[in-house]
Write a protein that binds this ligand. Structure first.
Ligand SMILES: Cc1cc2nc3c(=O)[nH]c(=O)nc-3n(C[C@H](O)[C@H](O)[C@H](O)COP(=O)(O)O)c2cc1C
Length: 136
């Protein structure tokens, strides 16, 4: 079964993370842009901006498509302290979607492998009808 990833990236960090994930897995990635049609359910990967907020593009996308999103992941930077990766918490709360993980900038190899593991497990879980994720 094909896994679909919907991602938002402004300065390229999330893009680089996604490039590595799809290189390893062969999963399908779709860059969020105004008017992006989504036919398949999948996972959201975004970044945190403006003191712990989700990007406007991510918000507009989620307002339309939240029901097709299994989990949310955010890039951030630990320099932002308690606001690190907070977009993931915001999306999770606002749209009632499980938080998959947070990573810094474009992610380490360990982050990438962890993300792949989480998504594989979440995908299986969602096929069984569970929304549970055990890593945040
Ligand atoms: C104006 C601005 C505000 C930011 N605010 C936060 C923040 O509150 N929390 C956080 O974890 N990272 C914050 N960041 C860091 C970005 O989330 C991080 O650089 C991310 O990797 C950007 O993803 P992108 O390169 O795909 O656009 C901020 C970056 C900028 C430029």
């Amino acid at each position: 079964m094909m896994v679909h990833l919907y991602y938002d990236s402004r300065t390229g960090n999330v893009q680089r993370f996604i490039d590595k994930v799809i290189q390893i897995t062969g999963w399908q990635a779709h860059k969020i842009d105004e008017g992006l049609e989504i036919h398949e359910a999948g996972h959201l990967i975004t970044y945190t901006t403006k003191i712990g907020s989700m990007p406007d593009k991510t918000k507009l996308f989620m307002d339309d498509h939240a029901e097709k999103i299994y989990s949310v992941t955010s890039s951030g930077n630990r320099n932002w302290g308690r606001n690190f990766g907070l977009a993931a918490d915001k999306v999770s709360e606002d749209y009632d979607i499980p938080l998959a993980m947070k990573f810094e900038l474009s992610g380490t190899m360990e982050d990438i492998n962890q993300f792949i593991d989480i998504i594989k497990n979440q995908y299986n879980d969602s096929k069984r009808g569970s929304k549970k994720l055990d890593i945040a």
